[in-house]
Design a protein around this ligand. Structure first.
Ligand SMILES: [Zn+2]
Length: 260
């Protein structure tokens, strides 16, 4: 059994067949999926999906590229949603220099708010980092120095080994998505080999980043099996052992026991 720690099931690409998507996930051995909000609206939808399907829980937050469009009241809405049952994490949040949708200072402001909210509620934080490793590490380091270990995950990790090690040292988990299966992702595979299995998570980031052999198609949680078996081979461990350990990690970080 596997846990998909990051999917966007509120995406319109799932609107017509979500019940089938969830059923296929369960048939493929995905016992739980965390569906991740990217705006106040999508966080609300994520939460309502989590109350409809017992195998789902939600993360609520405003993704850095969406921060610029946030309306007055949206942050308060996230704060209100964050205390609901079936919320397993705060996010996704983080920093992104690849896209230029949100002024960087505003991204930093919202990243800090999410980190503080997660800290107050003792919930893990789901971190997006694209082309902003040094900035992200600096903000995390500053919190770590004040509050100690940070509960959370570097989602869909694509950074350097140095960044990964610094994150591990601050208490974070490292999560891999379908990209690790791509032909040109040798550097990422070298990083994955160095991450202790007890700190590793897996995710689909559905509907994006479909793993080989589903690359190019809409991604869905059932496809997690391909990424997980690829990683198990890469690390030269048994698939069952890999699944058991990464699921244990996810249950521990997101405190899933009792949320199904
Ligand atoms: Zn995401």
């Amino acid at each position: 059994m596997l846990i998909d720690t990051h999917a966007h099931l509120d995406d319109e690409r799932f609107a017509s067949d979500l019940a089938d998507v969830v059923r296929r996930a369960q048939e493929a051995g995905i016992e739980h999926v965390i569906t991740i909000g990217t705006t106040a609206e999508s966080s609300q939808t994520a939460l309502s999906l989590a109350s409809q399907f017992s195998a789902l829980s939600a993360a609520v937050g405003i993704q850095p590229n969406h921060v610029a469009q946030a309306q007055t009241g949206d942050w308060d809405r996230i704060v209100r949603l964050s205390s609901k049952e079936k919320v397993s994490a705060i996010g996704e949040t983080g920093l992104d220099r690849y896209w230029d949708f949100t002024p960087f200072e505003q991204q930093e402001d919202y990243f800090a708010r999410h980190l503080e909210l997660a800290h107050q509620l003792e919930l893990p934080v789901v971190i997006h980092c694209r082309d902003a490793e040094a900035d992200t590490l600096a903000m995390l380091r500053e919190r770590y120095d004040r509050h100690g270990p940070i509960s959370g995950v570097m989602h869909s990790f694509t950074g350097s080994l140095e960044t990964a090690l610094a994150c591990l040292e601050m208490g974070l988990y490292i999560s891999f998505a379908g990209m690790v299966t791509y032909k040109n992702a040798d550097d990422l595979r070298q990083v994955a080999k160095k991450i202790p299995l007890e700190r590793m998570l897996v995710e689909t980031d559905s509907p994006y980043l479909s793993p080989v052999p589903k690359r190019g198609k809409r991604n869905e949680p059932a496809h997690l099996v391909h990424t997980a078996s690829f990683l198990a081979d890469l690390l030269a461990v048994d698939f069952a052992f890999f699944a058991q350990q990464t699921s244990r990690n996810a249950r521990e970080l997101f405190r899933l026991n009792g949320k199904d």
